[in-house]
Design a protein around this ligand. Structure first.
Ligand SMILES: NC(=O)c1ccc[n+]([C@@H]2O[C@H](COP(=O)([O-])OP(=O)(O)OC[C@H]3O[C@@H](n4cnc5c(N)ncnc54)[C@H](OP(=O)(O)O)[C@@H]3O)[C@@H](O)[C@H]2O)c1
Length: 249
């Protein structure tokens, strides 16, 4: 039995990605903070597919909980690891609340780095393994009003592209990839803008649904390329090689 790990599986892209992997018959290990949502997702997926789903509620902004979560995964043979959990903070830097910024750095960067590193240390030489980290179109473009969030995603893109390059040059079996969505209708904007309701239709000229984004995730999963990015102007999904310059020794 091998398993696909998805962080941030209680909503949006992670929730639909769990459905997409379940449709492929993949056993799942899911995390997010909302245990009740994870449990009903587990029930639904186990009733509709012949798979096993285990849930591990955790707050990934707490370093200790990140390590505890990975330790719980040590009872399972992992095949794919998707670091999807993350959130944004719309505001000019001078208006940002630092406790929220600190939390964003811990979830978007610290947790992703710890989990990617532990997974790569344990599985880099295992044939068929994949690590997919969710960055953003803003992991390659800085935008007014979301500079700190974009910077967290630049980190995700640079770290993940760099890991992909290192593992390729050392002949490792693991494939490392980046999904870089543009605006996608999820709970993301509501949290980033700190509002109760957010209307994507009124605020974005174009956007994808989380079901579409999960299909792009699967196209990236099936591909040999490193980056799956939504073009910020055309909204086309493109599969391509690494974007950042990389200096090998
Ligand atoms: N939607 C977009 O327009 C967009 C565009 C580009 C990139 N992205 C990226 O896509 C990824 C998924 O976002 P989404 O759009 O699907 O947003 P979402 O609907 O808000 O989902 C975010 C997920 O992350 C989890 N999460 C947030 N804080 C957490 C914490 N402290 N500990 C554990 N889990 C946490 C949430 O679960 P709980 O609340 O239950 O903890 C939820 O499952 C993020 O990395 C985001 O930056 C989104």
């Amino acid at each position: 039995m091998s398993y696909t790990v998805i962080t941030g599986a209680s909503a949006g892209i992670g929730y639909q990605t769990a459905h997409a992997f379940a449709e492929r018959g993949k056993n799942l290990l899911l995390t997010a903070r909302r245990e009740n949502v994870l449990l009903s997702l587990k029930k639904e997926l186990e009733e509709t597919h012949s798979i096993e789903v285990h849930v591990f509620p955790a707050d990934l902004s707490e370093t200790e909980q990140v390590y505890d979560f990975y330790q719980k995964l040590e009872d399972f043979e992992l095949e794919t690891f998707i670091n999807n959990a993350g959130f944004g903070h719309y505001n000019p830097i001078t208006n940002q609340e630092l406790p929220r910024v600190e939390k964003m750095l811990r979830v978007n960067n610290e947790a992703l780095t710890i989990l990617s590193t532990l997974f790569a240390k344990d599985y880099a030489s295992v044939e068929g393994t994949q690590l997919i980290n969710v960055s953003s179109n803003l992991g390659y473009n800085v935008i007014e009003g979301s500079v700190t969030y974009a910077a967290t995603k630049f980190y995700v893109s640079a770290f993940t592209e760099g890991l992909a390059q290192e593992l390729t040059s050392s002949g490792s079996s693991m494939k490392v990839k980046i999904l870089a969505p543009a605006a996608t209708e999820t709970e993301f904007a509501k949290h980033a803008a700190d509002v109760d309701q957010f209307n994507y239709e009124e605020n974005f000229k174009q956007y994808h649904t989380s079901v579409e984004m999960a299909q792009f995730m699967m196209a990236l999963y099936d591909s040999d390329l490193t980056v799956g990015i939504v073009d910020g102007s055309s909204y086309e999904f493109q599969l391509r090689g690494p974007i950042f310059p990389y200096i090998s020794k």
